[in-house]
Design a protein around this ligand. Structure first.
Ligand SMILES: [Zn+2]
Ligand SMILES: [Zn+2]
Length: 303
């Protein structure tokens, strides 16, 4: 039997498993592909490879006060998620079964259509991806526009050094809201498909990750939280590039409340807040006009 303290310590080191989990942004293959893309950019731009490698592993970046705060949030949020969020909220499957039951009770027997399995898998994967991305955009928009929520989301924006771990620099309240959002979307979309179709529903996956997420992450998604500038050219009207997310983190006033998108740029375009990376320069990251103390404890009640 392991004691409760040992259990907490074990849960505490679990985030290290993110490196071998294809559903996490910092999965080793996604980190490696981002690293290789960054190296390719250095070569194309005729920079010094040695200097670039030195900069990539520099303690000045990874142990900067800002980065240390990222790590605190990373580990704390995992602990809260495992000990509180998952036990209380349960998994998407439980919610999906409950929604499904309600649909049957309200609207009678479902299973109206049957499609070839592979076609339905593709449709399900695309619909789930679009709904996830739209809900992420809307909630991100709300974080910026509603002062009570901004107070907590500002913690993500208070990072002045960006590393792939900055993705996890979010207040625990934001983490809980994001978990509920994800649960509702995955549970809701799955339940609807199970109700409507007489097929078994499976998303299209690569190594256990949704195929669209996998491809997006392999396209250098980790560079969005880094100091490497990578634009996607004309594709940025459709897909958010790392450089576009860096614009979202930019300290410049003209970049405030721009590029909210997670993966698709179309929502930003619809809301008139899309900024392309071409002809744009980012001078620094952080909160415009506000110097924030890089202290994990002082961030607990928001900024
Ligand atoms: Zn934001
Ligand atoms: Zn970010």
């Amino acid at each position: 039997m392991i004691s409760e303290i040992e259990q907490v310590i074990l849960v505490g080191v679990e985030p290290l498993y993110y490196l071998i989990d294809s559903q996490k942004r910092i999965f080793w293959m996604y980190l490696l592909s981002s690293g290789l893309i960054a190296l390719g950019l250095v070569l194309i731009r005729r920079g010094g490879v040695f200097d670039a490698l030195k900069a990539a592993v520099s303690p000045k970046v990874w142990l900067a006060p800002s980065s240390r705060v990222d790590f605190y949030w990373f580990f704390t949020n995992h602990l809260i998620r495992v000990l509180l969020v998952v036990p209380v909220l349960g998994g998407g499957l439980t919610l999906s079964i409950s929604i499904n039951r309600v649909l049957y009770q309200w609207f009678g027997a479902g299973d109206f259509w049957q499609l070839p399995d592979i076609l339905l898998s593709v449709v399900f994967t695309v619909v789930l991806f679009v709904m996830e991305d739209l809900s992420r955009f809307l909630i991100h928009f709300a974080y910026h526009k509603i002062p009570f929520l901004w107070r907590f989301h500002a913690i993500h924006h208070s990072a002045i050094v960006l590393t792939p771990i900055t993705l996890y620099r979010i207040h625990w309240l934001e983490m809980i809201i994001n978990s509920v959002r994800s649960l509702i979307v995955i549970g809701g979309v799955s339940a609807l498909f199970i109700y409507l179709f007489d097929n078994a529903i499976h998303p299209v996956t690569i190594l256990g990750a949704s195929v669209i997420g996998f491809l997006f992450n392999m396209a250098g998604a980790n560079l969005r939280h880094s100091h490497v500038w990578l634009g996607y050219g004309w594709l940025e009207r459709w897909v958010v590039s790392p450089a576009q997310h860096q614009v979202h983190h930019s300290i410049a006033r003209e970049h405030i409340d721009k590029n909210f998108g997670a993966t698709l740029a179309v929502w930003d375009r619809l809301f008139g807040v899309l900024v392309l990376s071409q002809d744009t320069r980012v001078e620094g990251f952080g909160l415009a006009g506000k110097k924030v103390e890089q202290s994990f404890l002082s961030q607990q009640t928001g900024l």
